[in-house]
Design a binder for this molecule. Structure first.
Ligand SMILES: *Cc1c(COP(=O)(O)O)cnc(C)c1O
Length: 407
């Protein structure tokens, strides 16, 4: 009798699932402990009947061609399914691709969707520059449930939200949102990249689909771009068909690296949560700081909801520094000075990895807008987004302290 490593999983914790789920290699005669990189473009069949059995779903073959999947890719998908308690999962070559594929699987010409206007900038660019071009109507709303409801029309088929949002880490009450959406026959799609499966499970709260940028906390090593969509078999099948025909699968080596990164996801995420909270509390006490945005701080507008729904505050802390006066330009000067004075945290566009990265939304994600347009989007020029890496918290605090002291 061989041990089935998947059998121990349903009741186990995040680390146990991250390490074992999906990696049942007992059918391989060599029984590798680690799922290998299946570097192949095609699969061999001894006779035509084998192909017919595969097409009729009467064989346990995964695919006949690698655009439809590889065992390395499927192992990663099964790990993620376990982490999110999802019936099915597809992984993609990026987080953006995951969002695009989820939406293209569900919506078509003439359909309407509602999205928060606070979130990852690339997502809004995708909606405005491309989905709109294909006849999908998009309305944006504020983060309150009332605002989302007010933005819905007769044609609304989908509501898209980030949990928590970039960059102010705002929260929508997903349980209440789902209740409203279900009653109207509207799908809910949650981008839970910032929360990660450690801190929040949108599907358990009733959301229809959840996406992750695996590039961030799940892979966690700032070295791979990838994404995932998770949900029911029925909805994932629609997205899978789109992915397989668009050919947006990640390659097996990419999947292997992410599976390797995920093995330490539980330990890493607990430390991101702990260190970020300590840093948020430190920042809040500094005289050069105007405001700190972190869901588990009492001063955050969604603190009560965060306490109720999040298992941890996550690894991102956003904060505004004080400029010489209250103007946008003075704010930009001050935030630039702090960002450039940091020695440990690197200026960079990503987040969720072991290296701390610091990001200035005004000159990075929103660099194409002028100061007034940015302000209309709610982006203050004195804002800094800090992705708390796994360096020692004391070192990160010392670095922030010396950078703030230059103001
Ligand atoms: C990074 C990110 C994305 C896009 O993911 P990529 O892997 O870079 O394509 C989408 N949503 C959020 C919240 C992100 O942080």
């Amino acid at each position: 009798m061989r041990k089935d490593r998947n059998k121990i999983l349903p009741a186990s914790g995040v680390s146990t699932r991250s390490i074992h789920a999906g990696h049942d290699n007992t059918r391989d005669p060599h029984q590798p402990l680690i799922t290998p990189v299946y570097q192949t473009a095609s699969y061999a069949f001894d006779e035509v009947a084998g192909l017919w059995a595969y097409y009729d779903k009467k064989s346990d073959r995964l695919a006949e061609y690698a655009r439809y999947g590889t065992p390395t890719q499927r192992a990663l998908e099964e790990t993620l399914m376990s982490l999110e308690s999802a019936e099915d999962c597809i992984v993609m070559s990026s987080g953006m691709n995951a969002i695009a594929t989820a939406i293209c699987g569900l919506l078509g010409q003439g359909d309407h969707m509602v999205s928060l206007r606070e979130g990852y900038r690339g997502t809004f660019k995708l909606f405005d520059q491309h989905l709109a071009r294909f006849g999908i109507g998009i309305s944006y709303s504020g983060v309150s449930l009332e605002a989302i409801q007010a933005a819905c029309t007769e044609k609304t088929k989908l509501i898209f939200v980030e949990v928590p949002t970039n960059p102010y880490l705002r929260l929508v009450d997903i349980e209440a949102l789902v209740k409203f959406a279900r009653g109207r026959g509207i799908y809910t799609l949650v981008d839970a990249t910032f929360a990660s499966p450690m801190n929040f499970n949108a599907l358990r709260q009733g959301a229809d689909l959840v996406t992750h940028s695996l590039t961030k906390f799940l892979n966690g090593h700032n070295d791979v771009i990838a994404g995932a969509v998770l949900g029911s078999k029925e909805l994932i099948e629609k997205a899978r068909s789109f992915r397989n025909l668009f050919g947006s699968n990640p390659d097996p080596h990419q999947c292997y690296l992410i599976s390797r990164g995920i093995k330490s996801f539980g330990v890493r995420m607990r430390e991101h949560n702990r260190s970020a909270l300590e840093i948020a509390r430190f920042l809040e006490k500094q005289p050069q700081i105007e405001k700190v945005w972190y869901p588990l701080l009492e001063s955050h507008p969604d603190h009560a909801l965060a306490k109720k729904t999040l298992a941890g505050g996550g690894g991102i802390v956003s904060f505004q520094v004080k400029g010489k006066d209250g103007s946008q330009s003075a704010g930009l000067k001050a935030s630039t000075q702090v960002v450039e004075a940091l020695k440990l945290a690197t200026i960079g566009a990503s987040l969720g990895g072991v290296e701390s990265l610091v990001h200035q939304p005004s000159v990075m994600s929103y660099a194409d807008m002028d100061a007034d347009a940015r302000l209309k989007e709610g982006i203050y020029d004195n804002l800094i987004r800090f992705s708390v890496g796994l360096e020692d918290t004391a070192d990160l605090i010392a670095d922030l302290q010396q950078a703030l002291a230059t103001l």
